[in-house]
Unconditional design. Structure first.
Length: 315
């Protein structure tokens, strides 16, 4: 088996480069076939993995980067049963690994090499595949601002998200959307934000989709109608810790649904954050791809999941 370590030198202000000597120390002299590849531009990880996977040989790809690099890797590995993808979270937000514990195991090369390959779902979003989450509306606007702020040396992870949130809080909020499930329009009107999730976390520290599971064959839709800034401020702590759905269950402006497919239409172009990648759209067709990829769960880690007794839908 060949082991590939794909390093995004820009992720986490260059944090990925620090993994090179650790990888070499752990593997040199052990007769293990491995290669270190440094990405050169956006999309390089996707192209590299697809090219290597096409030869049919069994291979593992460990990406040293954030959610965006993992997004590229899974899009490159999709459709190939001979490859699996792991993650060494050297990005700034690192939301996907928050579905597991302990996080430290993801930086342990031995634990990665001895990790278990588990099947996970992906969400097809038009012609792309999301690993973690799609954010639309206020969440996406905050994510876009956070991405800009992360260029500064001391602005990282949840700090960038909080700074972006403060900036967007002072701007216009709310967008007209129509959300359909099959042939039925289930929501329409002006929304503050929407999330379509496979994993539970976004923004570096926010548990926006607390009931989501990465392998249950369902995507979790959460929608919040436009409301006052004061109400938004009151909601933020519970939005961060994942209790807002339970607390606002009887609020007619909050919607939640688990499903296998969903469509969204808008009158004017809006932006969506797909695993942190910002795209423009007037329509999104989303469908769960069940057990579509193999993710390497490092030895000693467990999946963090909410109890199945929690309420699953209110619309």
């Amino acid at each position: 088996m060949k082991h590939y370590f794909i390093i995004n030198p820009k992720a986490g202000h260059g944090k990925g480069r620090n993994m090179i000597p650790k990888i070499q120390k752990a593997l040199d002299g052990r007769g293990i076939s491995y290669c270190i590849h440094m990405t050169r531009c956006q999309g390089d990880a996707e192209v590299f993995i697809r090219e290597k996977a096409q030869d049919g040989r069994t291979a593992r790809f460990y990406v040293c980067g954030g959610d965006g690099t993992l997004h590229e890797a899974m899009n490159g590995a999709y459709g190939f049963t001979n490859v699996s993808v792991g993650l060494i979270p050297t990005g700034t937000g690192n939301d996907f690994v928050k579905n597991f514990a302990p996080k430290d195991a993801f930086f342990n090369i031995e634990a990665q090499m001895n990790g278990t390959e588990i099947p996970i779902d992906l969400i097809r979003v038009n012609d792309k595949l999301a690993v973690n989450m799609i954010n639309i509306g206020f969440d996406c606007e905050v994510a876009a601002e956070a991405t800009k702020l992360k260029r500064y040396p001391l602005v990282r992870g949840s700090l960038a998200y909080w700074m972006g949130l403060c900036k967007r809080f002072c701007g216009p909020m709310g967008n007209e959307m129509e959300i359909s499930h099959g042939d039925d329009v289930i929501f329409s009107g002006e929304f503050l934000l929407c999330t379509i999730a496979n994993g539970s976390f976004c923004g570096g520290a926010f548990r926006s989709s607390p009931y989501a599971k990465i392998d249950d064959g369902l995507m979790d839709f959460g929608g919040i109608r436009k409301f006052t800034r004061l109400k938004l401020l009151k909601m933020l702590p519970s939005y961060q810790n994942g209790t807002y759905l339970k607390k606002m269950e009887r609020d007619k402006g909050v919607y939640y649904k688990q499903c296998e497919n969903l469509s969204m239409r808008t009158r004017t172009p809006l932006f969506a954050s797909v695993d942190g990648e910002i795209i423009s759209f007037t329509h999104l067709d989303m469908k769960i791809e069940k057990r579509a990829a193999k993710f390497i769960m490092p030895k000693g880690t467990i999946k963090i999941e909410k109890p199945t007794t929690d309420k699953k839908e209110f619309i």
